[in-house]
Design a protein around this ligand. Structure first.
Ligand code: FPP
Length: 245
């Protein structure tokens, strides 16, 4: 679209169905203020709440946030412990915070390595929100895209070996349904904050045709207006999925 014809406010009728977010920059936000990284993560959790609310209000159907990657275990133990405390707190509150809302909460990622308390809380919140329909909040916790692909390959191999499907029946669609995201549609828009421009093992299969939006804003500073900017930019893009317009 020509620059002069670009829309200036986003269109509520064309909200991306699935928005995925890499919430980056908590540590730098804190360091800039001479605070501990933990404080940055706490502020980051506040930003999550604001964006979840806004996504709900404007009609986003799926919102996936990258909370903790399979590789984040390599951070100092105190930081990992603090993050796990935050996730537990968030999961415990999630039910109350979303009780007046029609939000289904799901957690994707490996349960291995997570504390028993977190695993139980995950099961509880997933179970209690299973019938909610308006929005899906998907939290990627202990998640790695490559790891997910490997476990999907194993499931497919099992199905072939057990005669459930034949090798020539494997399509990208069939394969996609073995991933942790199963029936969740691919993200339309992926936002990464803090100026970093990479996927970091997040939804690497699912982002084949996703529009990427990078912003220098650090995650704790990411507010409604930044979210709107990302959506507006998305609405000004031309998606062709390999075809022509
Ligand atoms: C990246 O910032 C952020 C994380 C690894 C964790 C994301 C966690 C939150 C936003 C807090 C709470 C989330 C939920 C769902 C309750 P970084 O620490 O890598 O920042 P840096 O690159 O500046 O060091």
């Amino acid at each position: 679209m020509a620059a002069s014809k670009k829309k200036r406010t986003f269109d509520l009728n064309k909200i991306p169905a699935h928005i995925a977010i890499i919430m980056d920059g908590n540590g730098r936000w804190a360091e800039k203020r001479g605070l501990s990284r933990s404080v940055g993560h706490r502020e980051g959790a506040k930003a999550v709440r604001e964006i979840v609310e806004e996504a709900y209000d404007i009609g986003v159907k799926y919102l996936t946030v990258f909370a903790f990657s399979s590789e984040n275990w390599s951070r100092p133990k105190e930081e990992v412990d603090e993050l796990m405390r935050l996730y537990l707190e968030y999961l415990k509150n999630a039910e109350n915070e979303t009780s007046d809302k029609d939000v289904r909460v799901r957690i994707i990622g490996s349960r291995q390595g997570l504390s028993e308390e977190i695993v139980q809380q995950i099961q509880k919140v997933e179970q209690r929100t299973i019938d909610k329909k308006r929005m899906n909040l998907i939290i990627a916790l202990n998640y790695g895209g490559r790891q997910d692909i490997v476990q999907a390959v194993k499931k497919i191999v099992d199905d072939v070996e057990n005669g459930v499907i034949e090798k020539n029946m494997i399509t990208d669609n069939v394969f996609g349904r073995k991933l942790l995201t199963e029936e969740i549609p691919d993200p339309d828009l992926l936002i990464r904050t803090s100026g970093e421009m990479r996927l970091s093992n997040f939804l690497i299969w699912q982002c084949a045709y996703t529009e990427f939006y990078f912003t220098p804003v650090l995650w704790p500073d990411f507010k409604k207006k930044h979210f709107h900017d990302a959506i507006l930019e998305y609405q000004n893009r031309s998606r062709r999925f390999g075809g022509v317009k």
